[in-house]
Design a protein around this ligand. Structure first.
Ligand code: ATP
Length: 272
C-alpha cells in the first residue's frame, strides 16, 4: 500500500449530517438513528460507543449503504466529494470494498471458508480493478498481509480461514478490507471475540492504517477500554442519538453527560 497524506484533501473524509433511520415498529416507527451528525477526517478515528440497541450498528450499516430493505433513511452522507445517498445500488457496490472497507465482528462474515486467503484478496483487487493482471494481484498479496501485521504472509496466503487463529483470521479480514486502499474503514465490534493481547494488537493496527495510509476509521463498540485504546474522537450514543462527543481522553476522563458518566462508572465498578 502507498502512504497517503492524511490531510491532503483538506476536507472531512466522512461527513454525516442529520441522519435518521427509522424501521417500522408494531405500533410506531423505531427511531434507530435520530438526527445524527458526525465527521471523520482522513487519518482520523471516530469511535461510536454505546449500549446494545443504541443504534451504532444501524448507523454504520447505513454509511455502508446497507440499512436494510425496511429502513426509512433521511439526511446526508458524504465521502470526500461523493454524495453517498445519491448513489444507485450498483454504484454503491463499487464504493463498498474500494472506497469503504468493512471489518465485521466475526471475520467469517467477510472471509469465504472454502477458499484460501490469497485468492480471496486477489479477487477483490481484480474486481475493483486495482490491478489489471492476475500476476500483479498475486504479487500484491504478501505486502497486503504484512500491512495487516501478518507474519509469514506467503504461508498464510495459502491457508484456509479455518487453519488460522482468531487473531490471524481477523487480520486477514482487515487485509481484505484495506486491499483497495479505501478512504474509510468501518469496523463493527472488531475485537469482541479476541483475547486481551490480540485485541490491543488489532486496535494498534488500526492506528498504523490511519497514520501511515491516511485511512479514516469509524469503529463501533460497547467497550470503553476499546474506545480508550483507539483514541481519536468518541461519540456516545443512546437511543439513536449522540449524547456527547469529543476527544476520547477528554470524554472518557471528564464526561459532560450523565449517561457517559454512568458508562464510565459501570466500567470502573466491573473492574473492582
Ligand atoms: N432491520 C431492522 N428492522 C427493525 N428494527 C431494527 C432493524 N435493525 C435494527 N433495528 C432496531 O434499531 C435499534 C438499534 O439497533 P442497532 O443494532 O443499531 O443497535 P446497536 O447499538 O448496534 O446494538 P448492538 O450492539 O446490540 O448491535 C434497535 O431497537 C433494533 O431493534
Amino acid at each position: 500500500m502507498t502512504p497517503r497524506d492524511p490531510g491532503a484533501t483538506g476536507r472531512p473524509g466522512l461527513l454525516v449530517e442529520e441522519l435518521s433511520v427509522d424501521y417500522p415498529g408494531r405500533d410506531s416507527p423505531v427511531h434507530a438513528v435520530d438526527a445524527v451528525s458526525l465527521s471523520v477526517e482522513p487519518g482520523g478515528a471516530l469511535v461510536l460507543l454505546g449500549e446494545s440497541g443504541s443504534g451504532k450498528t444501524t448507523l454504520a450499516r447505513t454509511v455502508l449503504g446497507l440499512p436494510g430493505r425496511n429502513a426509512r433513511v433521511t439526511g446526508r452522507i458524504r465521502l470526500g466529494a461523493t454524495d453517498l445517498r445519491a448513489l444507485t445500488e450498483r454504484e454503491f457496490s463499487r464504493v463498498r470494498g474500494s472506497r469503504i472497507g468493512y471489518v465485521p465482528q466475526d471475520p467469517t462474515g467477510s472471509l469465504d471458508p472454502l477458499r484460501r486467503i490469497g485468492p480471496q484478496i486477489t479477487e477483490v483487487l481484480r474486481r475493483h480493478r486495482v490491478v489489471t493482471t492476475r500476476r500483479a494481484a498475486r504479487d500484491a498479496v504478501p505486502g497486503l498481509l504484512t500491512t495487516a501485521g501478518i507474519p509469514e504472509p506467503e504461508r498464510i496466503a495459502r491457508s484456509f480461514p479455518h487453519e488460522l487463529s482468531g487473531g490471524l483470521r481477523q487480520r486477514a479480514a482487515i487485509a481484505l478490507a484495506v486491499a483497495c486502499e479505501p478512504e474509510l474503514l468501518i469496523a463493527d465490534e472488531p475485537t469482541t471475540a479476541l483475547d486481551a493481547l490480540v485485541r490491543s494488537q488489532i486496535l494498534d493496527l488500526f492506528g498504523g492504517l490511519r497514520s501511515r495510509h491516511g485511512i479514516a476509521v469509524l469503529l463501533v463498540t460497547h467497550d470503553l477500554a476499546v474506545a480508550r485504546r483507539v483514541g481519536g474522537q468518541v461519540a456516545v450514543m443512546r437511543a439513536g442519538r449522540i449524547v456527547e462527543s469529543g476527544p476520547a481522553d477528554q470524554v472518557l476522563s471528564r464526561p459532560a453527560h450523565h449517561f457517559t458518566a454512568e458508562l464510565v462508572a459501570a466500567r470502573a465498578g466491573a473492574r473492582r
